[in-house]
Ligand binder design. Sequence first.
Ligand code: ZN
Length: 329
Amino acid sequence: MLKTQFRFCITGFTLPCSASAGRGIGREFWFVILTLMSMVMLTPTSTVAQDAAVSGKKKIVVCSTTQIADFARNIAGDQWEVKCVLGAGQDPHSYRTTVADSRDVAGADLCLENGWNLEGHGWMRTLAEGSQRPIRTCVAGVKPLRTEDATGEVKDPHAWMDPENAWIYVKNIRDGLSEIDPENAELFASRADLYRYQLKSLKVWIDTQVNKIPLQRRILVSHHDAFGYFCHAFKFQARSPQGWSTAELKGVSPAKQQSIVQMIRAQGVKSIFIETTLKQEMIAAIAKEAGVKIGGELYSDAMGVKGSAGETYIGMMRENVLTIVQGLK
Ligand SMILES: [Zn+2]
């Protein structure tokens, strides 16, 4: 708006003068121009501050997964706008980025990825680097659980499933926001401190809940290895036919499915679980063959839709634990 009015002022005063008048106009001309510029700048309808508000000057953080976006919202408050590439129920391993994702990332002041190839073939990093936007990796500082696939040993990327690791994500997000926006660093730190209390409470609550399941019955069977950190933290055995990624491995061998069926029978597993981000056919087939019930649906690589009980990280963890306890106790 300011730019437009300034142009108008110049036009208004240059029209009576020929272009060749140029320097000859001298001081008087520039005095009038500067006076009018001051008036324009002081006019309430054209203040720079208002223009900034209208054009939305909030900084933008673009997150890869729904969990990371929830952490970011808890730390950024209203100072930043939080965008997320994945939606509820979307699978990060097999996700294919869109033109709209590239556009969002190009406008980001900061990008956040999970890391350790949760985003299949590093799609979030590719987007950020393609637009030369800064990116932070949320698993930085997490002690990795190792797993294997056809390529050899890899770091299990599903680290958020342990609330203690979620705190490491939050710290990385807090530091990333503070580095780019130091004026609000104190606010980010205060919000992170509160969230840490919530994560600590969550962990204590999960401990009390899972204690309803005898140790020998703590066997968590789901579609893919999303629950390794959860199982490690709360003394479960994690078993899945798929492996750590739904994208890296092509399908599941009948032999692998059979070994899961036999394990379920041998251990007397009471329930097995489907995942919100994956089709349920394979788990349904295993349940049928092993003669075991499906204990419900677990939030694995994405949170629930807005308005659902699993729409936040704490909500998804709570609902998962309640489902698991109901199914296995
Ligand atoms: Zn996964």
